[in-house]
Unconditional design. Structure first.
Lengths: 138, 396
């Protein structure tokens, strides 16, 4: 599965990738560290991805702008989109849903919970294969 | 309230003592003149037919214009010195008072010395027996300083809000990194680290969690002074029901007995804030329960005076040591060390909220017996529109 990951924080991208790898079998990541770069990827259209994970606080703009653009894109208007942010402000969740995100997950608590939240969100997008604890595919 | 003797002197004596009647009236007028001369407010009484009937001397201090200027002014005097942007507001208030409703209005005037001042004026219509407005009394005071302070506070609140947002985002990001990376190390290098190494990583994770908790607490505390403060009359029964619903699970788990009084009062405040107060107090009562007995939480209501009421949350928990009692309401203090999870911010928030509502909080406690947190809360305001009948008659 090809996953677009948009987050300006390299360490956070690493953490999110680890969590996603635990959840989804065979992932391949396309990473963007800015709003501009994410737009480039969308514009070039070289790769088609089946899931987008977008952080709301990007260095050069708000993640929700990109989410809106994804929803307006003919190929991705039904794409599962997960939005993330470190600030647990209710406004972030509201803004995400208004922009068209499928799910909002806060980057708080501990990593186990973060991973669990991601797993649960993704299980709703049942097109993916979920790896079980011992690595076998379900 | 008006002095009873002022009222009863008129008509109390027989009509043949016209002399007495005249003397009484003189006395009243004299008292009245003393009052208005010394009152640090401008009092102007106008009637639709006769214009200005009365103007107090302080008007000169407040506006820079003499009492004669007021009497001689063309049209409404205050309107003639009102700043242009506030004219609409001022005139609307005048219209409201002219049809029989009293109203409070704030507007700016240009003092004769050319500086602008904020005035707060109460316009009180004086009506005859049929309810027709015969005159309007405008009592105005200078509120420029008050409004300046208010503006300063609003600016500081805005700064604090911005600061809180920055903390919320900027501090949390590195905390997430620390947790994520420490967990990754523990997972990927489990064998190399061994038990000792894994324990070191645990300490890192605990530290990061504690840091996160503190950040959340600071945010909560600052939210108290910058959050909404709309005030309504709130029935405490509703608030306590909500609190109990939210603690239902813990109450059932601990088999806690909650005792509420039959009559819970309606208080003046904000529903969210009041919920926070009682949620905190209940939460603490349950958290610091004694392992030796079934927790019991009693809510007791005691009248205080016509403006306030005292609501106490009394528990039979572990209690707070005397030496720590003073500190327990301060931010970041915890009376129990680190055995029980908490940030020490909850009670400080409660204190701040209660004080912002105009009340106070008091705590009594005994180790081994339990604690009593008493909150003094304001009662709903009585109807402010009460122009005494006797005062109204004095102008007929």
């Amino acid at each position: 599965m090809k996953i677009l990951l948009v987050d300006d924080n390299g360490a956070h991208r690493a953490i999110t990738k680890r969590a996603l790898t635990k959840t989804i079998a065979h992932c391949e990541f396309i990473e963007a560290d800015s709003l501009n770069f994410a737009r480039e990827i969308l514009r070039k259209g070289i790769v088609k991805f089946s899931l987008a994970v977008v952080d709301l606080n990007l260095g050069d703009g708000r993640g929700t702008e990109f989410i809106t653009e994804l929803r307006n894109h003919p190929e991705y208007n039904e794409l599962p989109i997960i939005s993330l942010s470190t600030s647990t402000l209710a406004e972030d969740a509201k803004e995400s849903y208004q922009a068209g995100a499928s799910c909002y997950i806060p980057k708080g608590d501990n990593v186990e919970i973060f991973t669990q939240n991601l797993t649960q969100a993704i299980s709703y997008f049942s097109v993916f294969t979920i790896t079980s604890a011992n690595g076998a595919d379900t | 309230m008006i002095d009873e003797s002022l009222v009863t002197t008129i008509g109390a004596d027989k009509p043949n003592s016209l002399q007495t009647l005249r003397a009484n009236i003189s006395e009243i007028v004299e008292r009245y003149e003393v009052l208005t001369t010394n009152l640090a407010a401008s009092v102007i009484i106008t009637s639709p037919e006769h214009g200005v009937l009365f103007c107090s001397p302080f008007t000169h201090v407040l506006t820079g214009y003499s009492v004669e200027d007021v009497f001689e002014s063309e049209g409404d005097f205050l309107e003639s010195i009102t700043v242009e942007e506030d004219l609409d507001r001022y005139n609307r208030a005048r219209m409201v008072s002219s049809i029989g409703e009293d109203i409070l209005v704030r507007f700016r005037i240009r003092h004769r010395s050319n500086i602008n001042l904020w005035l707060e004026a109460r316009m009180v219509p004086i009506c005859d027996d049929e309810g027709e407005v015969i005159s309007v009394m405008t009592v105005a005071i200078d509120v420029t300083d008050t409004l300046n302070y208010q503006k300063q506070i609003e600016e500081q609140n805005q700064d604090l809000n911005d600061f809180s947002y920055m903390i919320s985002h900027d501090l949390k990001a590195p905390i997430f990194t620390i947790k994520g990376m420490a967990t990754a190390l523990a997972e990927d290098y489990k064998d190399t680290l061994g038990e000792d190494g894994s324990q070191l990583i645990n300490y890192i994770l605990q530290g990061a969690s504690r840091l996160e908790h503190l950040v959340a607490s600071v945010l909560e505390y600052s939210a108290v002074s910058t959050g909404t403060s709309s005030e309504q009359d709130i029935p405490l029964a509703l608030t306590l029901n909500n609190v109990m619903d939210d603690f239902r699970e813990l109450i059932n788990e601990t088999n806690a007995q909650i005792i509420l009084p039959e009559d819970l009062p309606i208080v003046r405040g904000n529903d969210v804030r009041l919920y926070q107060v009682f949620s905190n107090l209940f939460g603490n009562a349950l958290k610091y329960r004694s392992p030796e007995r079934t927790p019991e939480i009693r809510v007791v209501v005691k009248p205080h005076n016509s403006q306030f009421i005292i609501v106490s949350v009394i528990d039979n928990g572990s209690g707070i040591p005397k030496e720590r009692l003073e500190d327990v309401l301060r931010p970041f203090h915890r009376a129990h060390g680190s055995e029980i999870e908490g940030s020490g911010i909850g009670l400080a928030c409660v204190k701040k909220i209660v004080e912002r509502l105009g009340g106070t909080i008091n705590v009594q406690s005994e180790v081994g017996s339990g604690s009593n947190f008493s909150v003094k809360l304001p009662l709903p305001k009585a109807n402010p529109r009460e122009v005494p009948q006797e005062l109204a008659r004095a102008f007929e």
